[in-house]
Write a protein that binds this ligand. Structure first.
Ligand code: UDP
Length: 329
């Protein structure tokens, strides 16, 4: 049976990918070391292999036991701040893990991979909205590791004919309320879950990291994309590669930007809670505005995000309010 291998499938975005593949009746196996993922997030009976991508014997076993047709690789560390203080942890896990995955694919004759990249590959943007051809100059090791992997993918395509799609995510948020999965990072650093944890009373306020940016209300603007829209793009990317599509890099964002204050206001409306907010100093390394051009993904992959900000926040709210302690209950 043709099978898709989802590496990092117990993580936030990976688990939503697994749920979608299952919904579409696509046989799926998951590899995850459970360092940041949750076994409870792997739904639909997908087989979970627990191990590290850098362990060649572990990957060899997965590729031997299954007829892997394509790989979707989400497995990575993704905390920007931590990547600055411990870059070797990020190069070691992210770059070496992908290298090991590509080696296993080469050895087993698997020719298609969809890779989770990031808007952090751009660094401080040249212009808005950001296009895939814009300068890539990451300002932190997390973005640098993802850009290094994009380079590795390009050369592996040329040398071994491994076709790839690298997807540069903007700000993923939301949840899958039907599957009972959502965002559960420890520690949590992302705006929307922190705002909703404040609404739940788990924090006494949300900090707004700077209100002196050159934006309309002074707070940073980001492009928020529903995790469901995001994983649907991965499926389209796989289908595109199956049809013989050329390897490439694509932005995944809504094309719309919202400020930190707009996010908090929308969350107040959705939850009906007060959500106290306090202006705090800027967070180092935050660009003022990040908005995706999603034209390439629309034209080439046929991808069109369907879910707006209110749905992102209301789905996230349904998850956080029903799982106040994440997967622990
Ligand atoms: N942010 C904030 N308070 C928080 C967390 C984040 O004001 O407690 C801001 C952050 O400065 C950025 C935006 O919210 O402008 C989104 O941050 P997040 O960490 O969710 O994603 P990033 O854009 O860094 O990938």
């Amino acid at each position: 049976m043709k099978t898709i291998l989802v590496a990092g499938g117990a993580g936030y975005i990976g688990s939503h990918m697994v749920a979608l593949l299952k919904e579409r009746g696509i046989h799926t196996v998951v590899a995850d070391n459970l360092r940041t993922g949750h076994w409870q997030a792997v739904k639909g009976g997908a087989k979970l292999y627990v191990g590290d991508l850098r362990d060649a014997a572990f990957l060899d076993r997965i590729f031997t036991e299954n007829d892997i047709d394509g790989v979707i690789n989400f497995a990575a560390f993704s905390l920007v701040g931590e990547s600055v203080t411990d870059p070797l942890k990020y190069y070691g896990n992210n770059v070496a893990g992908s290298q090991s995955m590509l080696t296993a694919m080469k050895d087993h004759g698997v020719k298609r991979i969809v890779f989770s990249s990031t808007a952090a590959t751009y660094g401080e943007p040249e212009k808005q909205p950001i296009e895939e051809t814009d300068r890539t100059e990451p300002t932190n090791p997390y973005g640098a590791t993802k850009l290094a992997i994009e380079g590795m993918l390009k050369w592996c395509d040329r040398a071994y004919g491994i076709q790839y799609v690298a997807l540069r995510y903007f700000n993923a948020a939301g949840a899958n309320t039907d599957a009972g999965i959502g965002e559960d990072h420890n520690p949590e650093s992302h705006l929307i879950p922190l705002v909703l944890k404040t609404a739940l009373g788990q924090r006494d306020h949300i900090g707004i990291f700077g209100d002196d940016y050159p934006t309309a209300d002074g707070t940073c603007i980001r492009d928020y994309i529903h995790v469901r829209d995001l994983v649907e793009a991965h499926l389209l990317a796989l289908e595109y590669l199956e049809k013989g599509g050329e390897s490439g890099v694509f932005n995944l964002g809504s094309g719309d930007g919202y400020s930190v204050k707009e996010i908090i206001d929308t969350a107040r409306k959705v939850t009906g809670k007060e959500i106290p907010a306090v202006v705090e100093p800027r967070r180092a390394g935050d660009p003022s505005v990040l908005i995706a051009s999603n034209h390439k993904a629309a034209e080439v992959l046929g991808w069109k995000p369907q879910r707006g900000l209110e749905q992102i926040i209301s789905d996230a709210w349904a998850w956080h309010s029903s799982h106040p302690n994440g997967y622990e209950g």
